[in-house]
Design a binder for this molecule. Structure first.
Ligand SMILES: NC(=O)c1ccc[n+]([C@@H]2O[C@H](COP(=O)([O-])OP(=O)(O)OC[C@H]3O[C@@H](n4cnc5c(N)ncnc54)[C@H](O)[C@@H]3O)[C@@H](O)[C@H]2O)c1
Length: 255
């Protein structure tokens, strides 16, 4: 990496995949700027990162259509000085009807517009050789019923990743996406819980059925996604850019 002390910004850091990425980098002594809209969980996670040896600053902010999160982010970046890694992880997986304009705008604002805005804001702070990792989804390559907004946002994030990688290649800044399948997080529990409620089935049965469809017969663990982010941020991954790397237990084999 370009500098001695490595600095990372992780969005959606309080829970799930973002929290696992924060823990993984904390174990390596990174300086962390952790952004989330869930203030209580964010503070708890930051305390845990500090106990693991990291320096952690929290930024309580709601990414989305407004711009109120931008000035505090710029102030935090000014304090940090530089950034070696931006992880665009915050995202929502709301279902929508094909004519639901409000849901479309909400999901696109968080899942696609915000990563673009974050990339633009962070660019002056990213030295040559730094990294951007966007957490997309296997739904960056496939469709899903009642998910036009989510699928479009993740397809868009993949396109953004490839194009930005070309824009930044001459500065040796790599830009990659991770495409997880089902990862065991609060998001998964919410989604499969809602499916169970919709069909009147026990949640445990819906979870079991979902696991059966995955060749490895288990959900991906958050640490497995975090390890991939850690790898992409490491010096040995300097030659990987403009890629979408799938971690899904074999779920999309053949897609
Ligand atoms: N869990 C999965 O199965 C799965 C699969 C594929 C892709 N992903 C993607 O991985 C990323 C993380 O998912 P997860 O499962 O950890 O989700 P999660 O819901 O468990 O956690 C998401 C975190 O992001 C925060 N967040 C959400 N919207 C925000 C906003 N507008 N502003 C600030 N913070 C916000 C939440 O407060 C939460 O802490 C998302 O982009 C998601 O689309 C998840």
């Amino acid at each position: 990496m370009p500098t001695e002390t490595r600095h990372a910004l992780i969005t959606g850091a309080a829970l799930g995949i973002g929290a696992a990425v924060a823990r993984r980098l904390a174990d390596d002594g990174w300086v962390l700027l952790l952004l989330d809209r869930n203030g209580e969980a964010l503070e708890a996670l930051a305390d845990e990162c500090r106990s693991r040896g990291a320096t952690a600053t929290t930024l309580y902010a709601e990414l989305g259509p407004g711009e109120q999160w931008i000035p505090p982010l710029k102030a935090a970046l000014d304090t940090l000085g530089h950034l070696d890694l931006l992880v665009n992880n915050a995202g929502v997986a709301d279902e929508n009807d094909p004519d639901d304009v409000a849901a479309w705008q909400r999901v696109l604002a968080i899942n696609l517009d915000a990563p673009f805005r974050l990339g633009a804001i962070c660019l002056p702070y990213l030295p040559d050789g730094s990294r951007i990792v966007n957490i997309a989804s296997v739904l960056a390559r496939a469709g899903k019923i009642r998910n036009t907004a989510y699928c479009a946002s993740k397809h868009g994030l993949m396109g953004y990743t490839k194009a930005l990688a070309l824009d930044l290649a001459l500065r040796s800044i790599t830009v990659n996406a991770i495409l997880p399948g089902w990862v065991d997080t609060p998001m998964l529990q919410r989604e499969l819980g809602a499916q169970a409620a919709a069909v009147g089935a026990p949640v445990a049965q819906v979870l079991r059925n979902a696991r059966r469809q995955i060749p490895l017969k288990r959900f991906v663990q958050v640490e497995e996604v975090a390890n991939l982010v850690h790898y992409l941020a490491s010096p040995v991954a300097a030659g990987i850019t403009a890629q979408g790397i799938v971690v899904d237990g074999g779920y999309t084999c053949g897609m």
